[in-house]
Design a protein around this ligand. Structure first.
Ligand code: GLA
Length: 391
């Protein structure tokens, strides 16, 4: 459906046949704000996707069209280094082009129509999907043959330089490395990863959108990252083998609590404990002990709310509603924070009751009814075959 729309619009605007690519958003079961601390994460790609129609136009210009915004943007290429401009949505795409160029790849003029159903600002990584989808499409059209890992890094750097968020690798990795029906545990230091099957017939991952857009997120995100780095610098003066919070123990933190200061101490404590939770979560998943897994989700939320301080009253309210509902195994805020969605782990039979209860109980700040999404775990970025007729 989405692919048909992109294809049709591309034909109307540019009159030739494009490459079609889909790029999914992601959920993260546990391991929040651990990626840039070289820790562990447990994401999966979901059936909320951005679809791209892209083709080389043999001219000197990138002609971009956002179907969702019904806006066009043009950018001359090959006339010196690209810089972020005032059209915010275009920056995510131009950031990707700039990354190809910084790798010595001259990007010729191209046309791109894109759009999708990953809600914006909901913590489902719509921006990573945009970056990864275009990176994949350009790699294909230009024959650069970058690996998926290299594409993930390229997309991450686009986010750093053109969106100003010093993000970790999780979102881009999840969008590119997703596998149907599986979650992936990534070690963000070694970049080793392991897939775990997720029994989606028995358990559903339900997203509840607080309706709060995480507008504070980029500045507060970068501050959290700095606070973690501050903690590491201090601990390194005592422990030569500490390279990131990944290497720190709770005992070491406790010993230097006064010197770290209350805020940095609590930021670090959250990250150290969250890494322990991801490791335990992998064991529970392998043993199909989803009740224990759910308890870790609640603990993760408490740490994000109290120590890392990236939650907000609406997210806390949604988690409290979930906790009070019999049958829900676990719930937590997801992603960078300050708004967006909660992720709820719910046995299939309990889903209708939970949806009714949470929709009735949630007091949205906008007064609009709660949006919920039931997600399916899908494969990572790929080309659409069959010109969109199979989608
Ligand atoms: C955002 C970032 C990720 C990660 C999460 C928090 O989604 O893009 O790299 O840090 O926040 O876990």
């Amino acid at each position: 459906m989405l692919a048909h729309q992109m294809l049709r619009t591309f034909h109307q605007r540019y009159g030739y046949a494009p490459l079609l690519v889909r790029a999914p958003g992601r959920v993260n079961l546990i391991g929040e704000h651990t990626d840039y601390n070289q820790g562990f994460v447990l994401p999966a790609a979901i059936d909320r996707e951005i679809v791209f129609a892209v083709g080389l136009n043999r001219g000197p210009t990138a002609r971009l069209f956002s179907l969702d915004k019904q806006q066009a943007h043009e950018q001359a290429l090959g006339a010196g280094p690209l810089r972020p401009g005032s059209t915010l949505w275009a920056n995510y795409l131009l950031g990707v082009v700039a990354q190809f160029e910084s790798r010595g790849v001259a990007v010729p003029g191209f046309d791109c129509v894109f759009g999708g159903n990953v809600p914006m600002g909901a913590g489902l990584s719509s921006s990573a999907a945009v970056e990864c989808g275009l990176a994949f499409a350009l790699d294909h059209l230009l024959g650069t043959h970058l690996s998926r890992l290299e594409l993930a890094r390229l997309a991450q750097q686009a986010e750093h330089t053109f969106a100003g968020v010093q993000c970790g690798l999780m979102d881009q990795f999840a969008s590119l490395f997703g596998q149907p029906g599986q979650v992936v545990r990534l070690d963000c230091r070694s970049l080793d990863f392991e897939y775990f099957p997720f029994d989606s017939a028995a358990y559903h991952l339900v997203l509840c959108n607080s309706g709060v857009k995480h507008s504070l997120a980029s500045s507060a995100y970068n501050t959290r990252r700095q606070e973690c780095e501050q903690g590491v610098s201090l601990l390194q003066t005592y422990y030569a083998d500490v390279h990131s919070l990944r290497d720190v123990t709770t005992a070491q933190l406790a010993r230097h609590r006064a010197e770290l200061g209350d805020v940095v101490y609590r930021r670090c404590r959250y990250v150290v404990e969250e890494n322990q939770r991801v490791e335990a979560a992998g064991r529970h998943l392998a043993a199909d002990d989803m009740a224990a897994f759910g308890q870790l989700m609640y603990a993760s939320h408490a740490g994000l709310r109290d120590d890392y301080q990236v939650s907000c009253p609406e997210l806390d309210q949604l988690v409290d509603i979930a906790r009070a509902h019999p049958g829900v195994l676990g719930a937590r805020m997801m992603g960078g924070g300050f708004g967006g969605c909660t992720l709820n782990l719910v046995p299939a039979a309990a889903v209708p009751g939970f949806l009714a209860a949470v929709t009735a109980a949630y007091q949205s700040p906008t007064g609009r009814p709660l949006e919920t999404y039931q997600t399916r775990i899908v494969g990572g970025v790929s080309e659409y075959l069959g010109n969109g007729v199979d989608c």
